[in-house]
Design a protein around this ligand. Structure first.
Ligand SMILES: Cc1cc2nc3c(=O)[nH]c(=O)nc-3n(C[C@H](O)[C@H](O)[C@H](O)COP(=O)(O)O)c2cc1C
Length: 216
């Protein structure tokens, strides 16, 4: 049996913190789709490196180009930097660096190098001005193609950028998928779970190491 919902928030569902539903749809907490954790890097207006822990994104595309599609909050540095520079890198960090990844949020200031302050290492990109992160085994250098507000009045903006250069750590360039996943230590975030039938929430959001792989 399926429960059917209109998009209107059910009556008994209340925010966990003020303004939550301006940032996250209540539906996101019922779907609980995992999002790949990346660090989206840009340059601040003064040229200093900026990092944004990011989960609402995807990598897609075929012969006309492999692209990053990113939902970015209009309130952060990343949004302003992307609009100004039109370039960014998508760096994919391993699970063992999750604390440093979160530290990019604590180090989020106007005038600092967020990558170094979070305990990570800035690496120059090859074809874009945005910095890369040395500890990330995959870094994709992107040139902005187009962007658009997600919806009128929504706090998120969608940016699409074509990958124009890619760097891979030698250790992850293997063709055995299980070995590759073990070495990449991909991370996912999962929104905290909401039961829309009674308004109850899980204690916290999930942050998972992607590790279970079963060959088909
Ligand atoms: C698990 C997790 C996922 C996040 N995903 C995104 C995201 O997809 N887009 C975004 O704009 N912010 C996201 N954030 C929030 C940013 O990481 C945070 O606001 C950061 O400080 C923004 O940095 P900036 O001001 O340098 O852009 C996420 C935060 C967490 C903890």
């Amino acid at each position: 049996m399926k429960h059917e919902f209109s998009i209107a928030r059910p009556e008994g569902v209340k925010e966990l913190f003020p303004g939550q539903f301006q940032i996250f749809s209540w539906l996101d907490h019922v779907v609980t789709a995992p999002g790949l954790i990346t660090l989206v890097t840009t340059r601040k207006a003064d040229g200093r490196p900026n990092a944004c822990l990011h989960a609402w994104g995807m990598l897609v595309g075929g012969q006309e180009g492999y692209s990053s599609v990113l939902a970015v909050s209009r309130r952060g540095h990343t949004y302003a930097n992307m609009v100004r520079e039109g370039q960014w890198c998508v760096c994919i960090p391993p699970w063992r660096l999750r604390q440093e990844c979160f530290a990019t949020i604590q180090c989020n200031r106007e005038d600092n190098d967020e990558i170094t302050d979070a305990g990570l290492t800035v690496e120059e990109a090859v074809v874009v001005r945005a910095p890369r992160i040395a500890e990330c085994p995959i870094c994709l250098e992107c040139q902005g193609a187009w962007d658009h507000e997600l919806a009128a009045g929504d706090g998120n903006h969608i940016f699409v950028g074509k990958v124009i250069h890619a760097a891979f750590e030698a250790s992850v360039l293997v063709s055995d998928l299980a070995t590759k996943l073990e070495r990449l230590e991909l991370m996912c975030s999962v929104p905290c779970a909401l039961n829309p039938l009674n308004g109850q929430w899980s204690p916290g959001m999930g942050f998972a190491k992607f590790s279970l792989w079963e060959g088909l």
